[in-house]
Design a protein around this ligand. Structure first.
Ligand SMILES: [Zn+2]
Length: 251
């Protein structure tokens, strides 16, 4: 079981958490970053748990655009620690925050990140939902980006189909267990392009209300996907695990 998107640096006791998750059968996580500090923290965790963590560094698009100094330092970090880094993320376009009103100024930054993904031959992890999804898709195609992951995607069926046709990956969170919108999405994305993630420590509702978010919840996502898609649990498990390997390790 692999968590394809988690904010590991936001967990208070990472050592204890990882021990518990491994005990429960979690084989690895893709740890994403939200800013310069978070990118450093993710790489420190990667050095501590090289086999368990797949590291991504980036700037979360629901935050203010980073300063020129931060971006310059971050680019040096990318160059210096390239061997520890498996993706650029999470980056994308603001939708939920007040910064969505300033979307045009996020576009050149996202394009810069896409060009870096190309230059370093890294996949890009995108937070680009609703109206942001088709914009991000256009930019990926404009720059010929080979590997991308639309994390916790929310978009119309038509846009989801275009993302899938372009060969990009899409993930569902534990919301797939209780939210029709996510169940519909899971049925559109072929199993060969589907990932499961928690976006932890983000808290969930429904059956997960008042439960701490951890990759252990993915057992329930996989069970739900198995029922929804009419496929054996082991088949779903094997696909989502091999998709993580393919996206982040075989370019
Ligand atoms: Zn996230």
């Amino acid at each position: 079981m692999y968590d394809a998107h988690i904010h590991l640096d936001q967990y208070p006791d990472v050592d204890r958490s990882i021990a518990q998750w491994q005990e429960a059968g979690v084989k690895g996580v893709v740890a994403v970053s939200t800013n310069l500090r978070s990118s450093y923290d993710t790489l420190l965790l990667k050095q501590k748990y090289p086999d368990f963590i797949t590291a991504a560094i980036g700037f979360h698009p629901e935050e203010a655009l980073p300063s020129v100094q931060d971006v310059t330092e971050w680019k040096s970090l990318l160059l210096k620690e390239r061997s520890l880094i498996s993706a650029i993320g999470e980056v994308g376009l603001p939708y939920y925050s007040a910064f969505s009103g300033d979307l045009p100024s996020y576009l050149p930054f996202l394009e810069d990140m896409m060009m870096l993904a190309n230059a370093y031959e890294l996949p890009i992890i995108l937070h680009a939902v609703h109206s942001g999804a088709p914009i991000a898709l256009d930019l990926l195609q404009k720059h010929g980006v080979k590997s991308a992951h639309f994390h916790w995607l929310k978009a119309s069926s038509a846009v989801v189909k275009q993302i899938v046709a372009a060969g990009y990956y899409v993930s569902v969170t534990p919301e797939v267990c209780y939210r029709e919108r996510d169940q519909l999405l899971a049925k559109i994305v072929p199993l060969s392009q589907l990932l499961v993630e928690t976006d932890g420590p983000w808290p969930f509702d429904g059956p997960f209300k008042n439960r701490p978010t951890s990759p252990i919840l993915l057992k329930e996502s996989i069970l739900t996907l198995s029922r929804l898609l009419g496929k054996p649990i082991c088949e779903v498990e094997s696909y989502v695990a091999s998709n993580v390997r393919e996206l982040f390790f075989c370019k």
